[in-house]
Design a protein around this ligand. Structure first.
Ligand SMILES: N[C@@H](CCC(=O)N[C@@H](CS)C(=O)NCC(=O)O)C(=O)O
Length: 207
């Protein structure tokens, strides 16, 4: 199999930290998003959605959604599973990953991509061209505040979001809290449980 990635970007980081935590080795190629390499003819033939990460299996099957890639890799490399010890834990972990993506990552992307030249005509990932909407920057910031508050409640008196070991939900929350920094949003002081959880997770992930 081969992983196409751009290691510093948030969705690729969700996979990168999973790979690092599990200590697995995968053939990897960097596609430079700042150079718009995702739109090259060569990469468009691999993933017409032009997004990263993308995992191509040996039989040619392509996975182009982070949660699908993570679930697949966890299944193929079961050592140190990050998808739970039971069916219920697996469901809870996937639920958190979805929520963190929808409420956190997409709020940050709303702020980041609806202003400035870098994402002009490209407020959404992929080849779709459309105008930026300035008002979404303000709404995105409100959503980030709500995300911090909601996640603060989720981690009170908890080492991990689900169960008693590190999961993909923890990796995703850690990555998205870091992504908030891209739009100069730090975890607020009043979210002390979340600040503490983030610092502890940094150590656990060897960051
Ligand atoms: N559906 C994808 C979305 C991944 C995504 O948005 N990746 C970003 C990098 S974090 C990307 O490829 N952006 C390409 C672009 O901005 O054109 C997933 O869940 O993995």
């Amino acid at each position: 199999m081969k992983l196409y990635t751009y290691a510093v970007a948030p969705n690729p980081r969700r996979v990168g930290l999973l790979i690092k935590y599990k200590g697995i080795d995968i053939d990897t190629q960097e596609i430079d998003l700042t150079a718009k390499e995702q739109f090259s003819q060569e990469f468009s033939a691999i993933n017409p959605r032009a997004t990263l990460p993308t995992l191509v299996l040996d039989d040619g099957t392509t996975l182009s959604d982070t949660i699908a890639i993570c679930a697949y890799l966890d299944d193929v490399f079961p050592n140190k599973s990050v998808f739970g010890a039971s069916g219920l834990e697996r469901a809870q972990i996937i639920g958190y990953c979805h929520r963190i993506f929808m409420e956190g990552a997409s709020a940050v992307a709303e702020v980041l991509r609806n202003k400035g030249e870098a994402f002009k005509d490209s407020p959404l990932p992929g080849p779709l061209k459309m105008p930026q909407i300035g008002e979404l920057v303000e709404r995105g910031n409100l959503r980030i505040t709500a995300f911090f508050e909601a996640m603060n409640k989720e981690v009170i008196d908890k080492n991990y979001l689900v169960g008693d070991s590190l999961s993909q939900a923890d990796i995703d929350l850690y990555v998205v809290l870091g992504f908030c920094g891209w739009v100069r949003r730090a975890i607020p002081e009043e979210c002390a449980a979340l600040q503490q959880w983030f610092e502890q997770m940094k150590t656990k992930l060897g960051e």
